[in-house]
Design a protein around this ligand. Structure first.
Ligand code: PLP
Length: 556
């Protein structure tokens, strides 16, 4: 992943103007959010003139440092260590983002989320995680309208527009506002998705492709329109490369039972990584047992990153497939997907990338990755359950035998012979999940409108913020500390079972997963059977993290 060092100033800090523009773009582009967003004026970075930001959100300042009025570090929110080079200033009034619960302090002192983010943006450390930054010359960036100014920031943009799009997040659970930190299991749905599905059933519902009436045409247009949206979202060459399936699990099983059954033979080798979800282990194991294949595993280092040198040793002419995750659901590790794919090509192996945990966090381009197949589930990217995607290169898909037979996938049937449709129809036997495919299209519109680069940048900093605070919790061991991570914080807490931690957090209205996350091999690699796993999405805030960390401090 490239880091955009051209956006870094002479002090090694990110250019605060550019970061503020990113934040503006992120929230300005929130679907339905534009109208309510006032102009955000930039303040000079706090370090430039020695003034201390009013809020310390995102700084990773420890509560004790705050109480003592210590100097704090705006350079590295991850470490939370005071930076001796930084100008010591007055203790900030606000505690948001410090790990101190709003409840501990006067609630009126707690800044809004937009103030928190504003501060994060001033304090972000590099490197940038984004591979492609937006085009800053685009007129939608407000700074071109000449609003940059020092001093007197505010009123800030309305960062709550994102959260407000998700009706489910407005409720209370166990008497507390719901804090949804179980996004790796499934994401919540914005009203744009919910309304799109309702609209489909209210005005378009019909079976598709096979009738001459108006509603069949509308439903077909909606379904095929969703396919085109997925094509654009993944950067695929043609909508024919997009097969709708139930989810990532079904997509991998499809490849195993179609291509694997058809082309693999005894002695052939399949490589997966130690990070895989069971969905990317079991189908290959089943196939290996049936056909006498060999399954090899790329090991990971102590931080949870794949060891490329070891992977290189596994590759050989018998390697026919490399199937690996782009982001680990258990540890959050972002694997070097393009590099792994390029290396697989040296042996002529095919490559499948499991993008289930990637697509909601980062921009994906299957042509740039140059993979043969890419899979993801709609429900992990703010879309409905029961719908997912198998991307495959068109020629390859057309070489693959269908895995299920029935209606929709045929060109002609006699009792002697069936001729199949080309892809994608040859893999979509029977009536598909039409309404949810349309809902998935709406979900992809939603994230695309905000911008995956901005989402990635925002979440990256939220992850660093959370990591810094979690490290201060006594007895907490983070599992998965790779330099390149997305969205997931897995940990164990000394003296507590993971389910006890999950149950305690639930009482505070905080939803996290505790368990093995369908990734037992990688947890065992780190000597544990289960972890507590808060996982982030674009609607999570510093305040969510503060509540989590406060509860973890309190659990003792
Ligand atoms: N792959 C990864 C990395 C996952 O995290 C998951 C689900 O958690 C899956 C595959 C399977 O997804 P689904 O259950 O939606 O098919």
């Amino acid at each position: 992943m490239s880091s955009n060092h051209q956006h870094v100033n002479g002090n090694g800090l990110p250019d605060v103007n550019i970061l503020a523009q990113l934040a503006n773009q992120y929230f300005k582009s929130a679907p339905n959010g534009q109208a309510s967003i006032p102009t955000y004026r930039l303040e000079p970075p706090a370090h430039s003139n020695g003034t201390v930001p009013q809020s310390v959100a995102g700084s990773g300042i420890s509560p004790s440092a705050l109480e003592q009025g210590a100097a704090f570090n705006i350079k590295d929110p991850q470490t939370s260590l005071p930076d001796p080079h930084f100008v010591t200033g007055q203790v900030p009034k606000s505690v948001a983002g410090s790990g101190i619960s709003p409840a501990v302090k006067n609630a009126e002192e707690v800044p809004s989320f937009e103030q928190e983010l504003q501060q994060i943006i001033k304090q972000i450390s590099i490197p940038f995680p984004v591979s492609q930054l937006p085009d800053f010359s685009a007129p939608s960036f407000y700074f071109l309208s000449g609003q940059l100014s020092s001093g007197n920031a505010q009123p800030p943009f309305d960062l709550n527009t994102i959260k407000a799009d998700f009706p489910i997040l407005k409720q209370q659970v166990n008497g507390r506002p719901l804090i949804w930190l179980d996004n790796a299991a499934t994401t919540q749905k914005p009203k744009q998705v919910i309304e799109r599905i309702s609209q489909f059933y209210e005005t378009e519902n019909s079976n598709i492709h096979r009738a001459a009436h108006e509603l069949a045409a509308r439903a077909t247009d909606a379904y095929e329109g969703a396919r085109k949206k997925v094509q654009g979202f993944l950067g695929a060459a043609s909508p024919n490369e997009i097969v709708f399936v139930r989810g990532a699990t079904e997509a991998i099983n499809l490849v195993a039972q179609s291509w694997g059954e058809q082309f693999l033979k005894a002695g052939d080798e399949i490589i997966v990584s130690h990070l895989e979800h069971h969905a990317n282990i079991v189908p290959w194991q089943q196939l290996a047992a049936k056909k006498g294949l060999v399954l090899r595993v790329i090991p990971v280092d102590e931080d949870g990153q794949v060891i490329i040198e070891e992977y290189a040793k596994l590759l050989n002419p018998k390697t026919k497939l490399v199937s690996f995750t782009q982001v680990s659901n258990a540890l959050g590790t972002v694997t070097p997907a393009a590099e792994i794919t390029a290396m697989a090509r040296t042996t002529g192996a095919k490559v499948l990338i499991d993008g289930a945990q990637a697509v909601s966090h980062k921009r994906v381009n299957v042509q740039e990755l140059n993979c043969d197949w890419y899979v993801f589930s709609g429900h992990k990217v703010f879309g409905p359950t029961g719908i997912g995607v198998l991307y495959g290169k068109e020629a390859l898909l057309n070489d693959m035998q269908p895995w299920q037979g029935g209606g929709n996938m045929i060109r002609d049937v006699t009792f002697e012979h069936t001729a199949y449709q080309p892809a994608p129809a040859r893999f979509e036997a029977g009536t598909g999940n039409i309404a949810d495919a349309v809902g998935l299209g709406a979900a992809l519109d939603y994230v695309s409108k905000i911008g995956l680069e901005l989402i990635e940048l925002y979440e990256h900093n939220l992850l660093h913020y959370a990591t810094g605070l979690l490290k201060q919790v006594k007895g907490l061991r983070l599992i998965g500390t790779a330099a390149d991570k997305a969205g997931v914080l897995s940990f164990v807490l000394e003296g507590f079972k993971t389910e006890e931690v999950g149950a305690y957090l639930n009482k505070q209205g905080i939803a996290v997963r505790s368990g093995h996350h369908c990734a037992q091999p990688i947890l065992r690699r780190f000597g544990v059977e289960s972890t507590v796993r808060p996982s982030l999405a674009l609607y999570n805030t510093c305040a969510d993290i503060d509540a989590l960390v406060q509860a973890l401090h309190q659990i003792r």
